[in-house]
Design a protein around this ligand. Structure first.
Ligand SMILES: [Zn+2]
Ligand SMILES: [Zn+2]
Ligand SMILES: [Zn+2]
Ligand SMILES: [Zn+2]
Ligand SMILES: [Zn+2]
Ligand SMILES: [Zn+2]
Length: 242
């Protein structure tokens, strides 16, 4: 355990915020939302040095790659913006279909937008109630099939054809990439909306944690070009829930 004595904490600047930030340790019960990815803040993070300013960033969000080559959008790189490039100051995520109002991976040619959390979703997902691994696909499996809509096998609601799906090809089983993708919490999810958010956050945090580790590894192995992630054909994130 580190000493509890107050230490002189150095401050750092981040281009997303006008005030300097310093290190901050988030506790789960704090229920703080990261001002970057808009997911729950956990562990080592940054906080604005102004006591009356509620600006927080995950360590991983502090250090996100400025440009991302993502499999979901192979023709153009996605650029990290610290706020949506739209007058409304919001965007609809092309991965999960939900809104965002802070950090965004954006293609300006196509107005293709994804949440930071969605950009780092694991490509392979295992769930206890399905015997096969699910693969992240970047369109609904029914896209282009005349008159067919894909139904999420968890919430039984339709998935619009351009949204991402966790899919089993063998069974044509699939789920939304947000809350429906987490098995343990179905019952809670049906119980109320608050739980649903918690599930979504848990899922995204898990993948962000993996992404953070991945990024750290890549920085070590590839110092020359560390601002660009190349998603190869191998699944990068292997997420197994125990
Ligand atoms: Zn964050
Ligand atoms: Zn501030
Ligand atoms: Zn999203
Ligand atoms: Zn594009
Ligand atoms: Zn669903
Ligand atoms: Zn299956």
């Amino acid at each position: 355990m580190a000493s509890r004595k107050p230490v002189n904490r150095p401050s750092v600047k981040h281009p997303s915020h006008k005030h300097p930030l310093h290190i901050f340790k988030a506790q789960e019960e704090d229920e703080i939302i990261c001002s970057g990815c808009e997911l729950e803040l956990t562990g080592e993070a940054f906080k604005c040095t102004k006591s009356d300013c509620d600006y927080f960033l995950h360590k991983s969000c502090f250090d996100l790659p400025r440009e991302l080559n993502h499999k979901s959008h192979p023709n153009h790189p996605l650029t990290l913006l610290h706020s949506p490039p739209y007058e409304s100051n919001a965007y609809g995520c092309d991965a999960c279909g939900q809104y965002g109002s802070s950090f965004i991976y954006h293609c300006s040619k196509c107005q293709y937008d994804v949440h930071v959390g969605c950009a780092f979703l694991p490509e392979i997902l295992e769930r206890e109630d399905h015997e096969h691994k699910l693969t992240l696909v970047f369109n609904s499996p029914c896209k282009g099939r005349e008159g067919m809509v894909f139904m999420c096998d968890v919430c039984k609601e339709t998935v619009s054809e351009n949204l991402w799906v966790y899919h089993c090809k063998v069974c044509d089983y699939g789920t939304h990439v947000h809350s429906c993708a987490v098995y343990e919490n179905h019952e809670a999810k049906r119980g109320g909306g608050g739980e649903e958010e918690a599930v979504l956050e848990a899922l995204r945090m898990e993948s962000l944690r993996n992404a953070r580790m991945e990024l750290a590894n890549m920085r070590i192995s590839n110092k020359i070009n560390n601002s660009v992630i190349h998603f190869g054909d191998e699944p990068r994130y292997h997420w197994v829930r125990k």
